[in-house]
Design a protein around this ligand. Structure first.
Ligand code: MSP
Length: 511
């Protein structure tokens, strides 16, 4: 059994933005954690390439849609490499294997008698690829998300009988574990309670899409097509993929991570589609919050879009990962503030964790011949050992509940307590009297051992920083033992060699 985790499949109208990096980093961190905990993971990401929005972007750029999609998809793949994203499957919805899955799925839904021809009239947002309610009937209505005029549509479309699944969807969304966080669940319960309406799943005015079998001029509605990307990603076969194969290889997903704006599609439309096809629904849908910049919504028209690649080259991935994962509570909106970013990286990573490691290694090298001290059995002080056990327990609980910010804060608190311990014990005073050497050995060993455990706890969140800590402690990270086993107290070898310290992360300057 694999743990299946997904990012949204990103539109290829543009290169990745901070919002796409954010969700992908969250999933990467969880996937790493699950693997370290011994689970087999299928981490799915990819791109959503069809539909009117992409068709128009390609026309504006003067290229055919496939060429446009190839170009942007490659940028996504390169970006995920630059950010060290450990995905297992990257799905492109313009691939052959995806098309086979969509056709297979459509035939199942047809067999369930859930498709009929109807007329779709309404106001459409091309940015959202979604019909919007228009209670006041104003002809110049704008999309509240994109601030662009909605377009009037009136055409013959195929419809999916969503209304048939009203009671099954109600049961599903009432299960407390299905939608997280809770306040988002209430929004969906409220929406469903108003009564589900059938939705159109084909288009006659969009050529850039998968053709609907036996319906000339109809292509599948981009969302009906894209959601299936989560299923086609799992199949191994590049050309003749089938739903059956994906089901055997790991479907259903354990968790879909998405932004709050697309929760309805994932928590209502998608499960109903799957039920119609006789497939299992995802176990959980997590709708995270939105990122703003210095308190303002980011947007091209505002000219304040933060380029993630600039952040990457300027500050490095570890700094960005720490800020986004530790400072923003997963369900809530988060604000990117430059001053706060610099302060957090300097305080948490450079000072609290980096200096702790640096100064303790320097003391140990100076007093114990470039080595980890020998631990005296007598006078054993278990303060930090107890602290580490408590920290590990809380960290695991938080990670298992997808509270990445709280798990990160546990690491930081542990580092703060270790610093306090060192400052209280003052080994630099004790060492002046030779008879204190056993005490000093214990103190330094305890602190070094704490930094080893801190490094291990950082591994899913800041993998590069974690490996730098390991190198500083003499490259102890032993691949033969599992991560869980290595979290046991006391594995740092007394008398082992300690390399000369260097700053594991550079301090950042204000702009
Ligand atoms: N293609 C669809 C998803 C299909 S999934 C089968 C889509 N793509 S998107 O590229 O527009 O958005 C991808 C994700 O980025 C969404 O989860 C959306 O919520 C998220 N974000 C867009 N702007 C964001 C912020 N400013 N902050 C955080 N996430 C944001 O929707």
């Amino acid at each position: 059994m694999s743990f299946v985790i997904t990012t949204p499949l990103y539109y290829v109208n543009d290169k990745p933005h901070l919002g796409s990096i954010y969700t992908t980093l969250i999933c990467d961190s969880i996937a790493r954690y699950k693997r370290l905990s011994g689970e087999k993971v299928i981490f799915i990401t990819g791109v959503d390439e069809h539909g009117l929005k992409i068709q128009r972007t390609a026309i504006t750029n003067g290229v055919d849609p496939q060429t446009h999609c190839d170009e942007i998809s490659n940028i996504f793949i390169q970006n995920w490499k630059d950010w060290d994203i450990t995905y297992n499957k990257f799905i492109r919805t313009s691939s052959n294997k995806h098309e086979s899955i969509v056709n297979d799925f459509y035939s199942r839904v047809m067999k369930s008698d859930d498709i009929y021809m109807g007329v779709q009239k309404g106001w459409y947002c091309v940015g959202c690829e979604e019909f919007k309610d228009n209670q006041d009937n104003s002809p110049t209505r704008k999309c509240p998300i994109h601030q662009k005029n909605l377009e009037w549509k009136n055409e013959e479309n195929l419809f999916f009988k969503l209304s048939k699944y009203q009671s099954q969807i109600e049961d599903l969304i009432n299960e407390p574990s299905f939608i997280q966080p809770n306040e988002r669940r209430n929004e969906i319960i409220n929406f469903v309670s108003k009564g589900l309406k059938d939705f159109s799943i084909s288009r006659t005015n969009v050529s850039w899409g998968i053709s609907v079998p036996d319906r000339p001029n109809h292509t599948f509605y981009v969302w009906f097509d894209a959601l299936l990307g989560y299923v086609s990603a799992i199949s191994h076969d590049m050309n003749n993929s089938s739903l059956k194969e994906s089901i055997n290889n790991g479907w259903p997903a354990d968790i879909h991570f998405i932004g709050k704006d697309i929760l309805r599609f994932h928590a209502v439309y998608w499960p109903a589609m799957l039920l119609s096809a006789g497939m299992k629904v995802p176990k959980k849908v997590f709708g995270h919050g939105f990122l703003t910049r210095e308190g303002q919504k980011m947007g091209k028209s505002l000219g304040n879009v933060l380029d993630p690649n600039l952040l990457l080259t300027k500050y490095g991935k570890e700094a960005v990962r720490w800020y986004l994962l530790k400072d923003i509570s997963l369900g809530s909106d988060g604000d990117f503030q430059n001053k706060r970013f610099v302060d957090i990286i300097n305080n948490d990573l450079a000072n609290t964790i980096g200096n702790l490691l640096n100064r303790t290694i320097s003391m140990s090298r100076k007093w114990f011949d470039n080595r980890v001290p020998n631990v005296e059995k007598l006078n054993k002080d278990i303060t930090l050992e107890l602290y580490s056990k408590e920290a590990i327990k809380n960290y695991i609980n938080h990670f298992n509940s997808y509270e990445l910010d709280l798990a990160s804060k546990i690491i930081l608190d542990y580092a703060i307590s270790t610093n306090l311990y060192l400052n209280e014990k003052q080994p630099w005073i004790l060492i002046k009297d030779e008879k204190n050497i056993p005490f000093v050995s214990n103190i330094i060993y305890n602190v070094l051992e704490s930094t080893r455990i801190l490094g291990l706890l950082l591994l899913p969140i800041l993998p590069n920083l974690s490996s730098k800590i390991d190198t500083q402690l003499g490259s102890l990270y032993e691949k033969r033992k599992s991560w869980n086993e290595q979290l046991l107290w006391g594995l740092l070898q007394p008398n082992s060699y300690l390399p000369a310290p260097y700053p594991i992360i550079e301090k950042l300057e204000y702009e």
